[in-house]
Design a protein around this ligand. Structure first.
Ligand SMILES: C[S@@+](CC[C@H](N)C(=O)[O-])C[C@H]1O[C@@H](n2cnc3c(N)ncnc32)[C@H](O)[C@@H]1O
Length: 440
């Protein structure tokens, strides 16, 4: 078990965020060792040289060259045929998405990313994520709730499991349980750690209609005992659970509340490790999110123009045809060309509350967020859309996937091809925040 400072230090190192550095999984992830490979190549060169010399001397060089050429032609034909088989298995719509929807000048424009105070990011690498994926896949297959529509799909289940297991908290708090799938994910990551779950409806209520998960080591603030995260007496509750060090607590929010409100409540309660499930892109979603808050003119890819003849308008219009959650300029911009949040408003509580804010307020919100953030890290999608066949989120608005397009062998080896494609449709940039310790 790491100590409290280790939980903080263990999660952080100074690295450039994926958008800045291109954090994709390289070919080495297939198990290659670069140093070993280089020495092997050197040995092969000297043996090859000797064989070449021998063949040249004995006059057998030409037949060998012709045979090598034939092998190259056959191999390239096999690779080409495999591609044709993959493509013919897809719908024509999917093919056009592959060719037109993936290549993006939108991605080149950049995607907003919240700045942390000292430019720190997480310690884990894309290789760690890949190893985690391999481990998580068989766990996910045992999930009790197979159909979790309105709850987390595969990407975010993996993200929550991975982050939790990496941080190894002493207590896990969840706000927004629904049928209990995320409670089950937390339990898989930490088999013996207590959970507090806050949700207006108790997950056991869903058991009457079908699969649900109720955890034996979880205190439920649900049903008639429901208390909102912002109204909880955290001093009393944490004392009751023997928690002295709040930096050892992980809080997971999937309650569709204004994330600025939740951040302020979490900071006030002294929590430092926060995961937000739905970190909606600007112009989308039912609550104000960090993606939206950090979308500012001074951030690369941030700030928007509502000018109908702009490059952005043209690109958005085109991409909306391929990705159902993409928004064009008409949807992005509200009255007075207000593009921030969702058409200039700060949504809350599943969009039951909706307050218009000025750009000045929106700007101040980002300054507040930046002033408390030590780390901001968005979970990448597990795999590219040509592999998962997801059709909702625009890949140009997300970090590079863990398994990149074109790596079908890896996708299959990890067992991801066995999953129903619908489980890859719910990605919304889940984010992990590390908040700096506040002076009390
Ligand atoms: C999207 S669902 C959660 C899905 C769940 N985490 C999963 O992975 O399956 C949102 C949940 O938030 C609950 N909710 C609504 N208002 C809430 C609040 N103020 N605090 C906590 N949960 C709330 C809803 O009742 C619903 O169960």
């Amino acid at each position: 078990m790491p100590t409290s400072s280790k939980m903080v230090e263990g999660a952080v190192s100074i690295r450039r965020p994926p958008h800045a550095g291109g954090d994709g999984v390289s070919a080495e992830d297939d198990g290659g060792d670069e140093t070993a490979d280089k020495s092997k190549t050197r040995k092969h060169i000297s043996v090859a040289m000797r064989i070449t010399n021998y063949l040249t001397r004995t006059g057998y060089m030409w037949p060998v060259l012709i045979m090598a050429l034939a092998i190259v032609i056959i191999c390239s034909l096999v690779v080409h045929l495999r591609d044709l088989v993959c493509i013919s298995a897809s719908s024509s719509d999917h093919i056009s998405r592959l060719f037109d929807g993936l290549e993006s000048d939108f991605g080149a424009l950049g995607v907003p990313w919240c700045r942390s105070k000292h430019g720190e990011t997480v310690e884990w690498t894309s290789e760690d994520l890949l190893k985690g994926l391999e481990e998580f896949m068989p766990i996910y297959e045992t999930r009790p709730i197979k159909n979790n529509t309105y709850g987390m799909g595969f990407d975010h289940s993996f993200g929550l499991w991975f982050i939790t297991r990496w941080l190894k908290p002493d207590l896990m708090i969840e706000s927004g349980a629904f049928k209990g799938h995320s409670t089950w994910v937390l339990r898989q990551a930490m088999p013996d750690t207590p959970i507090l779950s806050l949700s207006p409806r108790h997950p056991e209520k869903y058991l009457k209609k079908g699969p649900a998960y109720v955890d034996g080591n979880c205190a439920y603030f649900a049903g008639k005992d429901f208390v909102d995260f912002g109204s909880m007496d955290w001093v009393r509750v944490l004392e009751k659970h023997g928690i002295k060090d709040r930096s050892r607590v992980l809080v997971f929010f999937d309650d569709h509340q204004n994330e600025l409100k939740r951040l302020k409540q979490a900071v006030k309660a002294g929590f430092q490790h926060l995961v937000f499930e739905d970190n909606y892109d600007t112009g989308t979603g039912d609550h104000y999110s960090f993606r939206q808050i950090c979308d500012q003119f001074y951030i690369r890819g941030g700030g928007h123009s509502c000018f109908k003849d702009s490059d952005e308008a043209r690109i958005r219009f085109k991409r909306k045809k391929f990705w159902s959650k993409a928004v064009d300029i008409a949807e992005l911009c509200g009255l007075g060309e207000a593009w921030w949040g969702v058409r200039g408003s700060m949504r809350d509580n599943f969009n039951h509350s909706n307050k218009e804010i000025t750009y000045a307020e929106h700007f101040q919100n980002s300054r507040f967020v930046e002033s408390v953030l030590d780390v901001y890290w968005e979970l990448p999608p597990v795999a590219g859309p040509s592999l998962t066949h997801q059709t909702r989120y625009d890949p140009a608005r997300a970090p590079n996937p863990i398994v990149q397009d074109g790596r079908y062998g890896l996708f299959q080896r990890l067992g991801l091809s066995r999953l129903d494609p619908s489980v890859f449709n719910g990605y919304t940039q889940m984010v992990y925040l590390q908040v700096s310790e506040q002076e009390t």
